[in-house]
Design a protein around this ligand. Structure first.
Ligand SMILES: C[S@@+](CC[C@H](N)C(=O)[O-])C[C@H]1O[C@@H](n2cnc3c(N)ncnc32)[C@H](O)[C@@H]1O
Length: 369
């Protein structure tokens, strides 16, 4: 029985929506795969965890999820879903920040024009306080509050902190300012603490999800997987399902498209090309192949003899060809099958694909012979 289909009648379902992220797995799909290929207590590994959909599905179904994500936005969403703080501590922290937001009022004037078109002064001083006070890497209360703030940082003008914007992708400042001016759109006049309190009421209405002992690491899988493989081997443990979706070649810039949420986590107040090439757009064929080879090779060291490898990727030629090449090279002993989905329903690439005709994903699955 899956828990993530249907209405919001459980905590697991309510928390599964944290948070908006490009190229995410539909939650019910991730859960179906976990239930089909694993049993209670099995380990599931996702080295490109994104917002942690696979790991969360594993954790609420008594499997052990192990995720790695290089983008702090995805990481903080995953962390909050796997291990959320109780409502009262998040509420107390929210109120404490609200009481102190006046301290950051002067700082709002120093922000680039984009911010003053996007948020009212009240909201911006509140956000600046959260940005500076929340210890989201280490404190459970703070990663929970931060992740829920990020969910609402931008989106529909009537249901977010921001002036009208997309929810999954941050717009470029010149484009957004021009659009707001042309359409005479002003930032919404909201009390940020009351706004968040309502959002907390909705999220916690059915309590917190019950999750098993799972973990998501912030960092580069090429490095992290080595440590994980050593740890598992020392404990004679292994992974039953490698379930992941790598970045798609040439499709999205994982840094630029999230620049506003990354700013909230301490980044620059404008979209900028990341220093680290792994965080940007994957366009170079050879570099892309090397990333996949390094990650899948290292991941293979954690797998049980009868493990299944399930990879969802872009169905377009370049990404698919490279992915299959790499999987064949790393797992020559497994039997490969692929299934292409051209369904009219929303796909992971909807936001970024250039042509509607190219929409769709391919699932490449490798089974023991
Ligand atoms: C297609 S998305 C995965 C989405 C995920 N399935 C979900 O449901 O949210 C690919 C992810 O891989 C991450 N990534 C890219 N290179 C990485 C690396 N070297 N180590 C860890 N994560 C990486 C990107 O930041 C991005 O979040």
């Amino acid at each position: 029985m899956t828990t993530l289909t249907g209405r919001y009648s459980t905590a697991e379902k309510r928390w599964s929506g944290v948070g908006p992220y490009y190229a995410m797995f539909p939650s019910s799909f991730a859960e179906q795969i976990i239930l089909k290929y694993t049993s209670v207590g099995d380990r599931v590994l996702d080295p490109f965890a994104g917002r942690g959909t696979s790991i969360y599905s594993a954790a609420i179904n008594q499997r052990i999820g192990i995720g790695i994500e290089i983008n702090p936005v995805g990481w903080v969403y995953s962390k909050a879903k796997l291990n959320p703080a109780g409502k009262s501590s998040v509420q107390n922290r929210l109120e404490e920040i609200g009481r102190n937001a006046f301290r950051y009022r002067r700082a709002t004037a120093e922000m680039p024009p984009f911010f003053r078109h996007c948020y009212t002064e009240d909201v911006l001083s509140f956000l600046l306080t959260c940005r500076s006070w929340l210890n989201w890497r280490q404190s459970k209360t703070d990663w929970t509050l931060m992740s829920l703030l990020l969910v609402h940082l931008h989106g529909k003008r009537t249901d977010s902190f921001s002036n009208q914007m997309r929810q999954a992708k941050s717009m470029s400042p010149p484009y957004a300012i021009r659009w707001w001016k042309e359409n005479n759109q002003q930032p919404p006049q909201i009390d940020p603490v009351k706004f968040m309190q309502k959002k907390l009421d909705w999220r916690y209405k059915r309590g917190c999800p019950v999750t098993s002992n799972s973990e998501v690491y912030l960092g580069n899988s090429i490095v992290r997987l080595g440590h994980i493989a050593k740890k598992l081997s020392a404990a004679s443990e292994n992974v039953k399902l490698l379930f992941t979706s790598p970045p798609y070649c040439g499709v999205t810039d994982y840094h630029y498209d999230q620049w506003l949420r990354l700013w909230m986590l301490g980044g620059e107040p404008s979209p900028s090309a990341p220093q680290d090439s792994l965080r940007g757009k994957f366009i170079d064929r050879e570099k892309y192949k090397k990333l996949l080879l390094d990650v899948f090779r290292n991941a293979s060291r954690t797998l049980a003899d009868d493990a299944i490898v399930y990879v969802r990727t872009d169905r377009r030629k370049l990404t698919l060809e490279i992915t299959k090449e790499v999987l064949q090279e790393v797992f020559p002993h497994l039997r490969m099958r692929s299934y292409t989905r051209l369904s009219p329903e929303k796909t992971q690439t909807d936001l970024f694909a250039n042509l509607p005709a190219e929409r769709g994903e391919t699932d490449v699955v490798l089974y023991p012979r």
